[in-house]
Design a protein around this ligand. Structure first.
Ligand code: HEM
Ligand code: HEM
Length: 142
């Protein structure tokens, strides 16, 4: 079961990053060109949110079954163990929370530019945090 979840988490990570970059790029183009915030724009942002939430769920499962997550004080002294025990989960959760707030704020409102701006700021910050604490030394490479 561990291997399955590990591959799922590792594979979905590509999709999450790709979709978030796409959503942010799309919002940026539309923001610059003063385009209206359409239903299509909302749904595209929602796809990014759902991808992040599925990754969150899989990550949470993995956290409790992965042999790389060691619940001991000693884990704090080793950079890789600390990353898996603390830094990666915490940073990803904060990033996903920001994305969720961004979607909630952007999903309604009259000012189209302001809605795109919310996607840009919250999804942008969220993606930045996610990129900051991906275990790059172990990934990509399943
Ligand atoms: C541990 C797992 C999860 C947690 C803690 C979580 C938490 C949340 C929270 C706090 C919101 C914001 C609600 C709001 O204020 O509007 C939300 C929204 C949402 N979540 Fe999740 N979620 C999880 C997993 C999932 C999964 C697995 C999916 C999809 C397969 C999903 C799909 C959604 C969708 C579509 C929304 C947006 C609803 C909307 O505003 O239109 N979530 N989630
Ligand atoms: C957008 C959110 C996230 C992304 C993009 C992401 C991405 C990744 C990547 C790329 C890896 C390395 C996979 C490999 O070694 O092949 C990984 C490992 C891991 N992630 Fe995440 N992650 C996310 C969220 C989370 C969350 C919320 C948790 C836990 C609460 C979590 C727990 C783990 C664990 C425990 C591992 C180590 C798995 C192992 O190799 O044993 N992740 N993550």
């Amino acid at each position: 079961m561990y291997t399955g979840f590990q591959h799922l988490h590792s594979g979905l990570a590509y999709l999450v990053l790709l979709i978030l970059v796409g959503v942010i790029g799309y919002a940026l183009m539309n923001f610059i060109n003063n385009k209206p915030f359409t239903e299509k724009a909302r749904k595209f942002s929602l796809v990014g949110l759902i991808a992040a939430h599925i990754q969150l769920l899989i990550g949470l499962v993995l956290y409790f079954i992965s042999p790389n997550v060691m619940f001991s004080g000693e884990a704090m002294g080793d950079a890789m163990s600390r990353l898996y025990l603390l830094e990666h989960p915490l940073t990803m959760i904060i990033g996903i929370v920001l994305i969720t707030i961004g979607y909630s704020k952007a999903k309604s409102g009259d000012d189209d530019a302001a809605r795109y701006k919310k996607i840009l700021i919250f999804y942008g910050l969220g993606l930045f945090l996610i990129l900051l604490r991906i275990p790059w030394s172990a990934w990509p490479g399943m």
